[in-house]
Design a protein around this ligand. Structure first.
Ligand SMILES: Nc1nc2c(ncn2[C@@H]2O[C@H](COP(=O)(O)OP(=O)(O)OP(=O)(O)O)[C@@H](O)[C@H]2O)c(=O)[nH]1
Ligand SMILES: [Mg+2]
Ligand SMILES: [Zn+2]
Length: 276
């Protein structure tokens, strides 16, 4: 029968099939051929022998967090504790663009900001909306529920950002463990340790362990450039302009005139340096 992996713990894969969960092991051949199933995989399995027999073709696959077959990704982004990292946000958006997965920026901990802090952050968020990204707040529970309909979504983001807390708000039965924020470090301490997939109405959503850094190393400079969607709004004279040392660069011009957010441009420069 065909099921879906909803959780993995060492060599056990929990497979959901007709409203039941089957803890299965993999056929020996998997190890020999270096095949590792991940949460999100659709598999053929034998429910009497509790054995995964075959992984069906994946629509997509991610290393961090390790998941497959997702339609959209909520980047759960806290404004404080841990502090907002535009570098991480931009890197994540680029990763999603390069993998053709729709990103949704999900803001948490708005309540921890003073009014003046909020005013400057609001401007930044408006910029992301202007260039086409969806931005939601973790307080907008109904809106998030709607966004989850008929899709497989993943909640990802820095550790301590509030992924599991938000999932608990969506369904209190899930009762996921949430962490304390260390006052000294200003960040959480990896409360969620494994990926887990849950059903919500007619959609699916995955909770994942947080991270504190991401890599774009495997992408080429021109791929990274193409992932900054707003650059296309300001075509340069040279089609292959890298927007770095060229004298006449329309992108740089529009960074100066604040049509392009300066931090976006700075992050672009730092990302293309990563593969050097
Ligand atoms: N003030 C405030 N605290 C929040 C908010 N959302 C989450 N928290 C708190 O942030 C802490 C971390 O939340 P978690 O849900 O465990 O964070 P996580 O993203 O799942 O973290 P990992 O599992 O380690 O990746 C908890 O103490 C939550 O109560 C929010 O909107 N405002
Ligand atoms: Mg968590
Ligand atoms: Zn240019």
């Amino acid at each position: 029968m065909k099921g879906q992996i909803v959780k993995n713990s060492s060599d056990l894969y929990f497979i959901s099939y007709e409203d039941k969960i089957y803890p299965c092991k993999c056929r020996g051949i998997f190890r020999k051929e270096h095949i590792t199933p991940v949460v999100g995989d659709y598999v053929l399995f034998n429910k009497d022998k509790l054995l995964v027999e075959k992984i069906l073709d994946r629509k997509n696959y991610f290393e961090r967090p390790r998941v497959s077959n997702i339609d959209q990704a909520f980047l759960v982004t806290s404004l404080k504790e841990p502090d907002l990292s535009l570098n991480l946000l931009d890197k994540f958006l680029s990763l999603m663009e390069l993998n053709h997965v729709k990103p949704i920026i999900c803001i948490t901990k708005r309540d921890l900001l003073s009014n003046s802090e909020w005013i400057s952050i609001e401007k930044i968020l408006d910029y992301y909306k202007k260039i086409g990204y969806s931005v939601v707040f973790n307080t907008e529970v109904d809106k998030i529920r709607e966004l989850l309909c008929e899709k497989t979504s993943v909640f990802t983001g820095q550790t301590g950002a509030g992924k599991s807390s938000l999932l608990n708000k969506l369904n209190s039965n899930w009762n996921l463990e949430v962490g304390e924020i260390s006052k000294a470090l200003g960040r959480g301490k990896h409360t969620t340790r494994v990926v887990e997939l849950f059903c919500i109405n007619d959609g699916k959503v995955m909770d994942t362990p947080g991270f504190s850094s991401l890599e774009l190393k495997k992408y080429k400079k021109d791929e990274i450039r193409s992932s900054f969607l707003e650059f296309f709004l300001y075509p340069c004279i040279y089609k292959d302009c890298t927007h770095t040392n060229e004298l006449e660069c329309n992108v740089k011009k529009h960074v100066k005139s604040h049509d392009i957010l300066e931090s976006r441009y700075e992050n672009y420069l730092s990302f293309i340096k990563e593969d050097e």
